[in-house]
Design a binder for this molecule. Structure first.
Ligand SMILES: [Zn+2]
Length: 256
């Protein structure tokens, strides 16, 4: 798990990497893709190294490209999400498709998915992904505000769990409650991240009931499918959170 303050370097994207996402209808196809790494396909978010805006402009990988926000030449094609994020998505993809054939006493093969039909690892990794993304956001805010390392450490120690970081630390750093922030983004962008958040809470409850009590009954048959389908909306949410709470800090400093 990447702790804030220890995030991975962003990677430069080759031109061939860009715009692959647009070639497929993710809602429909995300469950079928098994021959290409899903993490790289879903990650079509770029960050401008000059103004720090995050967008989906794949032109950023092309020579001489100008950022549509700050007009500076930005052709490094800097990926917004770290390799840890794409690797975790690839892991989810792998476990989603991994199956085992168990032969019964009559020699008939039965397909079984890892940890049963509920595809437990997908659900566990989905919950991990949301922790990774929140830690990344916190880290970005620390950096944008140039908060002293000792203070960052203390803030993180004061809120060691994901829930505390969501309920307390996020509010301390942004001045907004998590739910209110999502409601505001939905209003501004015409998205529905409040519903996504409700789904995530359900997944986390199911995961915890399994990890702490060994129960799988909270895990519904299609939960793993829904987790796969909601990876991309979760990335979109974090791109918006970046622009709402991190990009504006750099933008404000520039205007001063
Ligand atoms: Zn820019």
């Amino acid at each position: 798990m990447a702790e804030p303050g220890h995030s991975a370097e962003r990677k430069n994207r080759a031109p061939a990497d860009a715009s692959r996402y647009e070639q497929v209808n993710m809602r429909k196809d995300v469950l079928k893709i098994n021959d290409r790494p899903l993490g790289e396909m879903l990650d079509n978010f770029f960050i401008c190294e000059h103004c720090m805006i995050v967008d989906k402009d794949s032109g950023r990988t092309e020579h001489g490209h100008k950022c549509s926000n700050c007009n500076n030449t930005d052709d490094r094609g800097l990926s917004y999400f770290s390799t840890q994020v794409t690797s975790l998505i690839n892991l989810m993809q792998e476990f989603y498709h991994t199956q085992q054939v168990i032969t019964d006493e009559n020699g008939k093969g039965h397909v079984s998915f890892w940890a049963g039909h509920v595809k437990l690892p997908v659900i566990i990794f989905f919950a991990t992904l949301r922790e990774l993304l929140l830690n990344n956001l916190i880290d970005e805010i620390f950096k944008a505000r140039s908060i002293d390392g000792d203070i960052c450490d203390r803030l993180l120690k004061d809120s060691p769990t994901h829930k505390q970081r969501l309920d307390n630390l996020f509010r301390t750093l942004t001045g907004e409650k998590w739910k209110a922030a999502l409601t505001q983004i939905d209003k501004d962008e015409g998205t529905d991240f409040v519903s996504l958040d409700t789904f995530i809470v359900k997944v986390v409850r199911a995961r915890n009931d399994f990890l702490h009590n060994g129960n799988t009954w909270e895990i519904k048959d299609n939960m793993a499918e829904d987790c796969m389908i909601n990876i991309y909306p979760m990335l979109e949410l974090h791109a918006h959170l970046h622009n709402h709470f991190v990009f504006i800090i750099y933008d404000f400093e520039k205007e001063e």
